[in-house]
Design a protein around this ligand. Structure first.
Ligand SMILES: Nc1ncnc2c1ncn2[C@@H]1O[C@H](COP(=O)(O)OP(=O)(O)OP(=O)(O)O)[C@@H](O)[C@H]1O
Ligand SMILES: [Mg+2]
Length: 236
């Protein structure tokens, strides 16, 4: 983030008393048990915590892929989950870019096609979508791989295609779940650099779930999920 402590920036997303309960084989699992968290505009925030603690669940709720069981999520002061499913999907498409651990690309399609898909689904004009997809693939260093099938790309290249796809509709918020989880250290460092550069250049708000401590340390702030709640680390 360029200049200033995150706390001096306006709040982009505010979570208050957020809960999420799953029913599993008749047993209730209280995954999130009252998450309170402010995410500031333009910051990079790491969410860390033990396996199974609910990090992906929290990220999915932040990105409106799932609804919480209780509590509030305000985006710039507006409650989001009062929207019906159709409006929520439109909101998500416009505002949120997702990068998943296993990139979820279409392996039989080439890099350019994969990045164009969200724009075409949003019914934007083909030529404009193509131009934007080419530009963003160039900015992630893949201008020489545009027409290569994704299945033939390296893991690091595939993850950069996934980042390009997440950004093609110019979201406000980038949510990434273990983006370096399947990469070798060198590709992981390169992806880390890319995420930080995009944050600086686009003023994105980025929330990254990661077990990668090098990545977590490179971000503006870190929070830990423990027992269904967010804990702020000492000295943060
Ligand atoms: N759709 C679901 N139905 C039932 N239980 C679920 C569902 N999604 C997640 N859970 C449960 O919620 C808990 C938290 O899962 P989550 O995937 O959020 O953890 P995580 O912190 O991302 O773990 P990891 O670091 O291993 O990715 C787990 O016990 C999981 O089994
Ligand atoms: Mg997870």
């Amino acid at each position: 983030m360029v200049g200033g402590r995150p706390e001096e920036k306006p709040v982009k997303i505010r979570l208050r008393g957020l809960t999420k309960t799953f029913k599993h084989n008749g047993i209730q699992v209280d995954v999130l048990q009252g998450v309170d968290l402010d995410i500031f505009r333009g910051e990079t925030l790491a969410i860390v915590g033990a396996s199974g603690v609910g990090k992906s669940t929290l990220l999915h709720i932040l990105g409106t892929l799932e609804r919480p069981s209780g509590g509030e999520m305000l985006w710039e002061g507006e409650e989001v989950f009062t929207l019906d499913d159709r409006r929520l999907a439109a909101f998500r498409n416009r505002k949120v870019g997702f990068v998943f651990q296993f990139h979820h690309l279409l392996p039989e399609f080439n890099a350019l096609e994969n990045v164009m898909i969200p724009g075409l689904i949003a019914r934007e004009p083909f030529a404009a979508v193509r131009q934007r997809a080419e530009a963003i693939l160039t900015s992630v260093g893949l201008e020489h791989r545009l027409t290569h099938r994704v299945s033939t790309l390296s893991g690091g290249e595939q993850q950069r295609v996934a980042v390009a796809r997440a950004l093609v509709l110019d979201p406000d918020v980038l949510l990434a779940d273990e983006p370096t989880g399947n990469l070798d250290p060198k590709s992981g460092s390169r992806l880390q650099e890319l995420l930080l550069q995009l944050n600086r250049e686009r003023g994105l708000t980025s929330v990254i779930v990661t077990h990668n401590m090098e990545l977590a340390q490179a971000l503006d702030r870190r929070v830990t999920l423990v027992d269904g709640k967010v804990v702020f680390l000492q000295g943060e």
